[in-house]
Write a protein that binds this ligand. Structure first.
Ligand code: AMP
Length: 630
């Protein structure tokens, strides 16, 4: 079928279209209504239907592929390689599910996972959805303060964690950060289930901390059936950053998500049962949820879970896995490709990559030199795809599984079926229908299956944040600028809000500002994202000190800068650490006191800061200019 017809049908004949897609998964009970949009923007998909994510990812494959590889775990950090067949995965997930039940987890409860990339993370996610509990995975790179705010928002019954992760051969202890986070949080979990990898000794809190090794032994043969839940039952929450300092819990449903993933595996990611999928992301991010765990397993594929760096032991490690496991689809991020690009190009020629159909990239803008380099080096199609934690699956890409189409450098592609993507004028809300006009990328409701249902426990915030930012229109804002060319290809031009994207990691500048402001020497601070060759963007901080004399000499300034970075590391995690913290006498603000972040960013990127008629003190921007260009 041609893509244009397929796409039009998904919008114009929504119910019939998605009813067809819904047949890609198993249902205990079929739906009564495909799409209930009677209370927008709270769209409910497959109302009346009952299903289970874990059943679709694991159990339903047992009949045909029990002995086939399901989860391939590779850690170049610990030198471990372990393969679980679907039958073994089924066994492990039931053992984990029985353990969680023994620790008091019930349907609807939250289980927070603070884990490195280990198989138990996959078991725990699947165990939660198996019993109808919600998992809330917190990226292992986050530190105590970030973790504490997520614990307080999710209020988990149980936290599953491990002694440590490992990065570049260096052990990164998790337990002390977790203990500190629980101390800081108001909500105290009943139990902490500890997976001891033997990497880092840790203290057990009596009565609270449980050893998974013991429970695993106890529940070796446990039978835990899948709990059939309503299609609209929440499957998980995942925190993401926005304009305010407080992270938002993106809440996802069950049925719509399973359908969207099954459909995207077929139409976008070219995945077939029995083949192998390799996503290099982390389970702490949405790509890890959708395309390490659920998507490939729902499709009956083997999925590779990789702990380690792309260049250790050498830059050929990923390609050696492609060869060894005959990977057919691979998913990574532009930053990883830029890292590989700096290595010996021979690494790409050492292995037989004939199994690979395409490399999918997402998470941040894919610049042309990077795209060109990897396309030429691999000799395979490179498929950019644009989406967000909120949507759970791609908004823009090329759906080669429907109709092969060319990619254009710099563009993630066209609107994906199900998404009525539009561009609107930021100030008037008017739709921009002409080619090559710059506007805010919005989606006209209803959002397709798989997208966020609401902000966890905060319906008002869901409406206010996402559906009320465009004047006169109730449309979903992506908070990205974009243009669309005459062929319908979109180009993403950056965020409209205070979110920055560092190496594909989404960070709120306000969160970083709050952390820096908690340093006793700091009076106020502005954090902006600045273009970076390797990471796409890096965070830059400009701080005003309570007493400027404490950073009067270059040595003193450097020392204070180091102390502030350490504070951010401890509170938020190294992912949020700014590249530099510079000290200024005053920050550029409007006369009404609003920080001129876009002007600061422009100056840092040596661009024209634009209209500055509202600036209170023009010397403020000059100070920053002198610092960064001096
Ligand atoms: P996250 O929720 O962490 O996936 O971050 C989503 C944001 O990352 C989007 O709003 C974009 O700003 C950016 N992004 C994701 N994928 C792409 C892409 N393929 N091209 C450009 N920007 C992207």
């Amino acid at each position: 079928m041609d893509y244009a017809t397929f796409y039009r049908r998904s919008i114009d004949d929504r119910e019939a279209f998605w009813a067809e897609q819904a047949r890609l998964i198993d249902w205990e009970r079929p739906w009564d209504q495909v799409c209930d949009n009677s209370n927008p923007p709270f769209t409910r998909w497959f109302v009346g239907g009952r299903t289970n994510l874990c059943h679709n990812a694991v159990d339903r494959h047992l009949a045909a592929r029990a002995q086939q590889n399901a989860l391939i775990f590779v850690s170049t950090e610990t030198g471990t390689e372990r393969i679980y067949s679907y039958a073994e995965l089924h066994r492990e997930v039931q053992t984990m599910a029985a353990t969680l039940q023994s620790l008091g987890v019930k349907q609807g409860d939250r289980v927070l996972l603070y884990l490195p990339m280990i198989p138990e993370a996959a078991f725990a996610m699947l165990a939660c959805t198996r019993i109808g509990a919600l998992h809330s995975v917190v990226f292992g790179g986050f530190a105590s303060v970030s973790l504490a705010s997520r614990i307080d928002d999710a209020e988990p019954t149980v936290i599953v964690s491990a002694d440590a992760g490992s990065r570049g051969g260096k052990v990164v202890p998790y337990k002390p950060l977790l203990d500190e986070a629980i101390r800081l949080a108001e909500h105290k979990p009943a139990k902490v289930l500890m997976i001891d990898r033997g990497l880092s000794p840790f203290e057990r809190v009596a009565g609270r901390d449980e050893a998974y090794a013991d429970w695993r032994e106890r529940h070796r043969q446990a039978q835990v059936p899948c709990a059939w839940v309503d299609a609209t039952h929440p499957s998980y929450t995942l925190y993401t950053s926005g304009t305010t300092g407080k992270p938002k819990g993106v809440q996802r449903d069950t049925g719509g998500y399973a359908v969207a993933l099954a459909s995207s595996m077929k139409h976008i990611f070219l995945g077939n049962p029995g083949e192998t999928y390799f996503s290099t992301s982390d389970i702490g991010w949405v790509v890890g949820h959708s395309y390490i765990i659920y998507g490939p397993l729902i499709a009956g594929m083997a999925t590779i879970m990789y702990e380690g760096l792309p260049i250790r032991p050498d830059a050929a490690i990923w390609w050696s896995l492609v060869e060894k496991y005959k990977v057919t689809s691979m998913f990574s991020a532009p930053t990883a490709v830029r890292v590989l690009k700096k290595q010996d190009p021979a690494a790409l020629k050492k292995h037989d990559l004939s199994s690979l159909r395409a490399l999918f990239l997402a998470g941040e803008p894919l610049d042309e030199p990077t795209a060109q380099w990897i396309a030429e080096s691999l000799g395979k199609p490179i498929i950019d795809n644009y989406w967000q934690t909120e949507t759970g699956w791609p908004i823009l890409t090329i759906c080669n599984g429907i109709e092969p189409a060319p990619s254009k450098f710099g563009s993630p592609g066209k609107a994906v079926y199900g998404y009525d993507v539009q561009l609107v004028d930021e100030s008037t809300g008017q739709e921009l229908t002409g080619a090559n006009q710059k506007g805010v990328v919005v989606i006209k409701g209803p959002l397709p299956p798989g997208c966020m249902q609401t902000v966890w426990r905060d319906d008002a915030r869901f409406v206010k944040t996402y559906w009320s930012s465009i004047p006169g229109q109730q449309v979903y804002s992506t908070f990205d600028w974009g243009i669309r060319d005459e062929d319908g290809y979109f180009f993403i031009l950056g965020r409209t809000d205070d979110v920055i994207n560092v190496a594909g990691h989404r960070l709120g500048t306000r969160e970083i500002e709050e952390s820096i402001s908690s340093h006793p020497a700091v009076a106020e601070v502005a954090v902006v994202g600045v273009a970076d060759q390797l990471k796409g963007q890096v965070a830059m901080a400009f701080a005003v000190l309570k007493d400027p004399s404490v950073a009067a000499t270059p040595e003193a300034a450097l020392k204070l800068e180091g102390a502030i970075m350490k504070l951010v590391d401890e509170q938020l995690g190294a992912v949020a650490r700014p590249a530099r913290v510079r000290f200024v006498g005053v920050l550029p603000k409007t006369r009404s006191g609003k920080l001129l972040r876009r002007a600061i960013q422009a100056v840092c990127e040596q661009r024209d800061p634009g209209d500055l008629t509202t600036i209170e003190d023009p010397t403020a921007l000059q100070q920053i200019k002198d610092l960064v260009q001096g």
